[in-house]
Design a binder for this molecule. Structure first.
Ligand SMILES: *[C@@H]1O[C@H](CO)[C@@H](O)[C@H](O)[C@H]1NC(C)=O
Ligand SMILES: *[C@@H]1O[C@H](CO)[C@@H](O)[C@H](O)[C@H]1NC(C)=O
Length: 164
């Protein structure tokens, strides 16, 4: 879990407490707690609601944060899978690390058991090299992430000797 994630957790805890005070009304127009056990429920992409003794309290996520169904907290869109967020869709993807093109490969993301397991940032000046499965110098990484080209990796074995 990285620093950004801790910020998201802190914000969601803050909003759950704040939401209780600010929106502590019985808001049955949106979600009906009748017959539901006490607890936290998902409303839509931007709201939780809490049922206590069959009364409803709306708990909106602050700012641009959205509902993370898996963790049951408010989170950055980039870390929540569609449709609420924009995290990579790991369904049908084999376990592994993949370049995050939106960061120009300065970070990669991990898929495990078809679930998105978060982003990892490469050290400064390095980008993710899919072939080597690690962070690497841009000139050693093939496009579209890097600028690596055939002078670094001859594509045809018979060209190789002639370059020396
Ligand atoms: C729940 O609501 C009922 C009916 O309004 C009330 O009698 C009861 O005391 C409430 N229970 C709690 C734990 O607030
Ligand atoms: C995620 O990918 C799977 C497999 O390709 C697809 O069936 C599913 O509709 C995708 N989900 C979203 C929300 O894009």
């Amino acid at each position: 879990m990285n620093a950004i994630h801790w910020v998201a957790i802190a914000l969601s805890l803050a909003t759950l407490c704040y939401g209780d005070l600010k929106n502590g009304r019985n808001d049955k127009t949106f979600y009906d707690c009748t017959g539901l056990d006490d607890g936290l429920y998902i409303g839509d992409c931007t709201h939780f609601y809490r049922c206590a003794n069959e009364t409803t309290r709306m708990l909106p996520c602050p700012g641009n944060l959205v509902v993370n169904e898996k963790q049951m907290w408010c989170d950055y869109k980039a870390l929540v899978k569609p449709p609420c967020g924009t995290a990579p869709n790991c369904s049908g993807i084999i376990n592994g690390n993949y370049p995050d093109y939106s960061s120009r490969c300065q970070q990669y993301y991990t898929c495990q058991h078809e679930e998105f397991y978060g982003f990892t940032k490469c050290a400064a000046n390095l980008i993710f090299n899919l072939e080597k499965n690690n962070c690497d110098w841009p000139f050693l990484v093939k496009p579209p992430c890097g600028s690596g080209n055939e002078r670094v990796w001859p594509s045809k074995p018979d060209n190789y000797g002639s370059q020396h």
